[in-house]
Design a protein around this ligand. Structure first.
Ligand SMILES: NC(=O)c1ccc[n+]([C@@H]2O[C@H](COP(=O)([O-])OP(=O)(O)OC[C@H]3O[C@@H](n4cnc5c(N)ncnc54)[C@H](OP(=O)(O)O)[C@@H]3O)[C@@H](O)[C@H]2O)c1
Length: 314
């Protein structure tokens, strides 16, 4: 099968397409014929070797965590998966393998694909929507009427976050560059703030939840704009985040949290339900053929992608 790999840690031009053996699903796994995948910042961090403590250094190394496709084989210990069903989902952990023609996954990592979407559209949803949902619902305890601020609102996780805040009945302030403000209002943002010319801490607004998706607004820097029981949630695995989480873990006042996304069938089902109800839609910056995955990684590294970068496999 065709698969995107890199043979050494390095720049985006390390990405190449090779022929690999088709994976054999374990008895508790499902084999997916992948039709589309998506790129996440994690893929580029892994390719650069930043996460080698987790990934190891065995090459060639595959890439990709989001996928959409069809079930091609089912292990005897899996239940409820039938051949040829259209599915979408995401891998956990550090082994990206979705940018390939076939992928073996555990049943909790996939769900029925939302009706009415193409494979490319479906592949744009799982990781970023699961991250935003798990951050807002599980870490921050979002409630209707809450005031939420999302820093990094125009990217993959941010655009999913804006939509999910609105679905859950809260008010959302979106921090992004001015060229993205009309686009974010179109997604439902109630207020937009330009990080280049405005300081959110001087805005006079107060938030129940500050979701630092981009990763450059530490807990201490937003304390003045967090309500007394407000929650700051970060996506980045950095020492200042671990420190703030540890320091506030017993706090009955303002708290710091870290989201570490996990594949969950229930969340994929929830995301599908919102898509089918017309409340949530994929935001796609560009679709690339598998052969151009290096270009997609390079675009992801600009840090100015609007929504998702999708890889068409077949
Ligand atoms: N912990 C987890 O489980 C988890 C899960 C998913 C993602 N993440 C992490 O979350 C981060 C974001 O992921 P993503 O997929 O959303 O990335 P992304 O799509 O690459 O984010 C790009 C967005 O960042 C915005 N941006 C650039 N500079 C900014 C600034 N100075 N202030 C505010 N926004 C800025 C850009 O908006 P403009 O073009 O308007 O500047 C752009 O739309 C990454 O570090 C990723 O690794 C963690």
């Amino acid at each position: 099968m065709k698969a995107a790999v890199f043979k050494a840690f390095g720049a985006a031009d390390q990405m190449v397409i090779v022929d690999l053996p088709r994976p054999e699903p374990q008895p508790d796994e499902v084999l997916v014929r992948v039709r589309a995948a998506a790129v996440n910042p994690k893929d580029t961090f892994i390719r650069k070797g930043y996460l080698k403590a987790f990934t190891g250094e065995q090459f060639p190394m595959q890439t990709g965590f989001d996928f959409a496709g069809e079930i091609a084989a089912v292990g005897p210990e899996t239940e409820g998966a039938s051949l040829d069903t259209a599915v979408y989902g995401m891998l956990d952990g550090w082994e990206g393998q979705a940018c390939a023609e076939y992928l073996a996954v555990k049943p909790h990592q996939l769900a029925a694909m939302p009706a009415g979407l193409s494979f490319e559209e479906a592949a744009a949803l799982p990781l970023v929507c699961s991250t935003a949902l798990q951050a807002l619902r599980d870490q921050a305890g979002i409630k209707p009427g809450h005031a939420v601020c999302i820093n990094g609102a125009a990217g993959g996780v941010g655009t999913a976050g804006v939509r999910i805040v609105k679905i859950l009945g809260a008010d959302v302030t979106a921090i992004a560059s001015p060229g993205n403000h009309d686009f974010l209002r179109g997604l439902g943002a109630d207020h937009c703030v330009d990080y280049q010319s405005e300081d959110i801490t001087q805005s006079g607004r107060r938030f129940d939840i500050f979701f630092d998706v981009f990763g450059n607004r530490p807990f201490d820097s937003v304390l003045p704009i967090l309500k007394p029981r407000g929650v700051w949630v970060s996506t980045v695995l950095q020492p200042h985040v671990f420190k703030s989480v540890e320091e506030t873990k017993n706090s009955t006042g303002r708290k710091a949290q870290l989201v570490v996304v996990a594949a969950r069938r229930n969340d994929l089902d929830q995301i599908r339900g919102w898509v089918e109800a017309g409340q949530l839609e994929p935001v796609i910056h560009q679709v690339y053929p598998l052969e151009q995955i290096g270009e997609a990684h390079a675009q992801q590294e600009t840090k100015h992608t609007r929504g998702k970068l999708v890889i068409r496999i077949a």
